[in-house]
Structures are given as structure tokens and as C-alpha cells.
Write a protein that binds this ligand. Sequence first.
Ligand SMILES: [Zn+2]
Length: 424
Amino acid sequence: MIDASGERAADVRVRAATIAEVGAGLEPAPGALVLDAEGCFVAPGLVDLQVHFREPGREDSETIETGARAAALGGFTAVVCMPNTEPPLDDAAVVQSVLERARAAGLCDVRPSACITKGRQGQELAPMGELYDLGVRLFTDDGDCVADARVMRRAFEYASALPGAVIGQHAEDPALVHGGHMHEGAWSARLGIPGRPAEAESSIVARDLQLARRTGGRYHVLHMSCATSAELVRAAKAEGVRVTAECTPQHLVLTDEACAGFDPSFKMNPPLREQADVDALRAAVADGTIDAIATDHAPHAPETKDVPFEEAPPGMLGVETALAVVLTTLVEPGVLTLHQALGALSWQPARVVGLDTDGHGGPVAAGAGANLCVIDPGAQWVVEGDALASRSRNTPWEGWKLTGKVRHTILGGVPTVRDGEATR
Ligand SMILES: [Zn+2]
């Protein structure tokens, strides 16, 4: 088993929704279900701070049930879903319906985030207190940036009165990215595609960090993508500003060169950037500046995504491939230790939104919640979009050979994935 405190060889006994015992050579109780974890790591279930499950509104791309199934197959026991649905998650009734659908699916602990502003219009604050009372901890207008500094300041002030609430920003200055479709740099110039400069992100991060410092509010940078943002967050953390950050596997592995074939699978916001940014993000995960690796799982039905690059919506699938991509491209070559990688995929994100107090993110110890994933580190597989459980297939990893796969996922003591297959 492996958790925040380290790793050791052990069996794990689960009773009801709780870990009952961890130790070497445990004998199964009569009639107990035994899951084979020989040669595997038994880790706390993974926690994803950013997924788009498209329900309500775009059930042709994904539903809470299909998204939750895909997440379970990827080893996730908890995910935070983004509020840019149709209608957006800006009132109690819509948030309540997402919670009910997630509970009915029973595949993953799906926690809705909610909008900072009504209708994600960036002007009037959503009823944050009411949404907080339903369990919402992350507030964001994700998909769009809250560009108005005064609105952002008021959101910080309001959230700082709600214990554990955090303001998440999709940091891209709309004026600077207007009309852009990929990172602004040598590749966008060569391809003739209008760009979205890195400064669109770092300028918003710099401003928001000053507002967080001023108000004492908590700030979370969603899908951070560039070197300057990482430097800003590192310095702010050192100063004691209440800030956390996440980045995606794709921003840790791919560069803007991936857009050279005009394949919309590589289009996302913020865009894939340059090698220097990739290197800076990797260093920031390793030193804890970036707390979490989040997928920004963004399904798009094939008929909407299979169009010319500049017409395609931004975003790519992530939950089924994240762990294996991280193991193959970052852990195996020694960029991150397994412990750092699982920290960024499980116990660190759990702490950002308070899921650690609800039994997610470990520890793998008696008395803790039985939310686990069992990882076979040697299993090899090839990514095929058509074979993924998601309702869409817009993966940037098509054809990649990956090493490491989830064998079992256990949610509240019940297997949601057994021997690599979803149980429901
Ligand atoms: Zn976003």
C-alpha cells in the first residue's frame, strides 16, 4: 500500500465503508470478497479537481453516469465537476439535481463546483452562501475567466466568510485571447493560427494573487499552463498567500507543436505551450508549488469536435488516461517519484476542497474511508478513443502505449471497478 505517509507491503481489509485493518498476511473472513492486488499498489482513490460531465445540457457528449464510470475506470473515487453546463450550476436546484444524479449512478463521489457569477456572466455574484450549504466548496466560472477585478474582489471577500470555500479561476484575460486558438509563439506563427499568449494567464494570476492577499480569500488556479504563473504562485506561497494550483497531464507532457497537424484533439484552453513551460510545470509539481494534477476532462461529441481546428471547441478527455500518462511519461523516467505523482493525483487535491475530511485521499489505515484504487504498475495498454467508457472520444493520447493501469477501484467499500471492468 502507498499513501501520504509512505509505502509498505500489506493486505487491506475493508468492512462496510471503512478500512478495518491493514497488515501483512491477513486471512479473509468467511464469505468475504477477495480482490487480488498481487504486485499492485493499493493507493487512496484518486481525486480530480476539474472534470466536465456536460450534464445538464450536453448529454450527447457525456452524462454524469458515463463520466463517473470513466472516472472510476481511471482510479478516481472523487471528482469536482465544473459549472459550465446548460443551464450553468449557479442555483441550488441545478446543483441539487447534479448531486442526485451522481448518487444514483453510484460510481464516483461527484462534487459539483458552482459559478462565481450568475449565468457565468462575470457581473453579479451567484448565491454563494446557499450553494455552500449544499456542500459546494469550489466556486469558479470555468470555461470563462472572471475578468472584472471588482467582481473578483467581492467573490474573495464573500468566500473568506465561508470556511473551506475557494475561488477557482480559469485564468485567461479575455481581451488578450480574443480570436486565438492555440498558444501564441513560433508554432502559431508558422501555422497561421491566431494565438493566445501566455501573458493572458500570468497577468490574471498576478492580479488575483494580489486580491487574495488583500482579502485573505483562498485562490485556486485551474489548469495552470505557463512558467511565469508557476513562479508567481511559488512566490505567493512563500509569502503566505492562501493559494493552490493544478495543472493537467497534457500540459505536463505535450507542447504547442502537437497542433502542427491541425488536429482539434490538441486544442484546449489554456492552450498547450512551449517546452520551457512544460519543464517549469514539472518542476512546480515536484516542489509542491502545483498541488494537484487535474484532468480538465472535456468531452465533445465527435460531430462537434471533428471539424477544422479553428472551428472546434477546446478540450480533451482525461479521466481514463491520466494516471497511466503520468506513470509512463513522468514517473517511469524519474521526473516525479511515484509518491509525488500520487500525492498530486489524490491526497493533495483532496485537501484543496476538503474531501480529505470525507474519507478521500487516504490514509490507507484502519478507520479511514474505504476509497481506494489498486494500480497494476506493469500492465501495458494502448489508448483507443473508441474503447474508452466516455461518451466522446476526443483523446490526445490516441495510439499511445502506456504502462500502468487501474485494476480495481473501491468507493465507500464497494468495488466500482473490478479487474479492469466497471461493475455497473
Ligand atoms: Zn477552464
